[in-house]
Design a protein around this ligand. Structure first.
Ligand code: PMP
Length: 385
């Protein structure tokens, strides 16, 4: 509770200058503050100022619920990142991608002959289960791991699969794996940007969800968009948004618009160079540390050709998916906690607690602090390499 600045958990005092030496390195949350310096470098072009009397209507220009300028900039930013084909697709705005993921399940499960089984391949982002369970109705039900469902004896008429590519927590690119008479995929492309992954080719799926949270780092603004091929699915998703929210906050749209405007200045590639270099550098440092360990390993992500950089590039994932290799370390997070590191339990991702997710998206000093703690932990191993 510091009123002046947002101290992280290691600092206190009225100006956040008092360091608590025994505090833990917090790598739990996926808060994307690594992009803060980019926005400090673009302070004037990205700033938004709103007069009290401005934009008061339900609709922008008294006409549009969706800002046409913002739609235009979304097309442009995908064209520059070369990560998605937007031509001929409908765009739905959402309060973060979170709302659009729910809207997509509704839209894809309406008017089916039997309730849809909603699945995601393990390890999976926990929201798919928690959201689908919470909003469950006669049209759909969460059925867990896509591969387990494939091997079950259920007669699968209708399957909806969340495909997270690249995946949270392990950073690997994915395709739908569910089998069934009718499988519909919701591609969650929150991390399908050059910051976090090679872009082998522009994505061209039926339903794709994106968010500024991981593109610009403005997670608190709550703005995302879906690219949808089919007009009926698009109309249903729009209905979901309009019945639950009427439309997406004008302020969120204006913020997103200004941020994209700032990104698109010059050749528009700077944010991707910045994001990739930062995340790549972190991954290399982390890999060097973990390579010295006898107790921990990291996920493997292959080098791949990138359509954006037009060359083969190495991994730069948003998260480390750390595995405790010693047989007795079935609770990997407890092992890390003893070394004053806070991660997220593997079981939350429909996997085992032998795994822990560590966020790599924090500020520089917080990342360095995490790396320092890991170095100590690895250096103290018996028979350290
Ligand atoms: N999908 C994935 C895979 C995520 O990791 C996140 C955020 N952690 C989201 C969706 C939610 O993003 P938003 O802030 O756009 O709701």
């Amino acid at each position: 509770g510091n009123p002046i600045c947002e101290c992280n958990n290691c600092y206190g005092g009225s100006d956040c200058s008092v360091f608590a030496t025994d505090c833990a390195a917090d790598a739990d949350s996926g808060n994307p503050l690594f992009l803060e310096p980019f926005w400090m470098q673009h302070a004037s072009t990205s700033a938004v100022l709103l007069s009290g009397w401005h934009r008061m209507s339900y609709a922008s220009n008294d006409k549009f619920e969706v800002s046409p300028e913002l739609v235009n900039n979304i097309h442009k930013v995908h064209a520059i990142a070369r990560n998605a084909i937007t031509k001929g697709k409908y765009i739905v705005f959402g309060g973060g991608s979170t709302q659009l993921l729910g809207a997509a399940v509704y839209a894809l499960s309406m008017n089916l002959s039997s309730p849809a089984s909603v699945v995601a391949a393990s390890p999976a982002y926990p929201l798919y289960k928690s959201q689908t369970d919470y909003f469950q109705n006669m049209h759909f039900e969460f059925k867990g791991d896509a591969l387990t469902l494939n091997n079950s004896s259920d007669n699968l008429e209708n399957v909806i699969e969340f495909v997270t590519s690249p995946n949270n927590p392990d950073g690997n690119l994915r395709r739908a794996v569910a089998q069934g008479k009718s499988v519909k995929a919701i591609y969650d492309h929150a991390y399908y940007w050059p910051h976090f992954t090679a872009i082998p080719s522009p994505a061209n799926e039926d339903v794709m969800v994106f968010t500024i949270s991981k593109l610009t780092g403005h997670a608190g603004s709550r703005f995302g968009w879906a690219l949808v091929k089919d007009e009926v699915v698009y109309q249903r998703m729009k209905t979901y948004i309009s019945l639950s929210e009427f439309s997406i906050s004008r302020e969120a749209q204006m913020r997103a618009q200004q941020l994209l405007e700032a990104i698109l200045e010059g050749n528009g590639k700077e944010i991707f160079d910045f994001g990739y270099e930062k995340m790549r550098n972190r991954w290399e440092k982390l890999s060097q540390t973990i390579a010295l360990s006898n107790h921990f390993t990291l996920q493997e992500i292959p080098n791949q050709y990138c359509n954006f950089f037009e060359k083969v590039r190495g991994p730069s994932p948003a998260y480390a998916w750390l595995k405790c290799e010693r047989e007795e370390d079935i609770n990997c997070n407890a092992v890390l906690k003893a070394g004053k590191i806070i991660g997220r339990n593997g079981s939350l991702f429909d996997s085992k607690d032998r795994y822990v997710r560590l966020s790599l998206l924090m500020r520089d000093d917080d990342f360095d602090f995490l790396l320092g703690r890991l170095n100590v932990l690895v250096g103290n191993e018996d028979g350290a390499k």
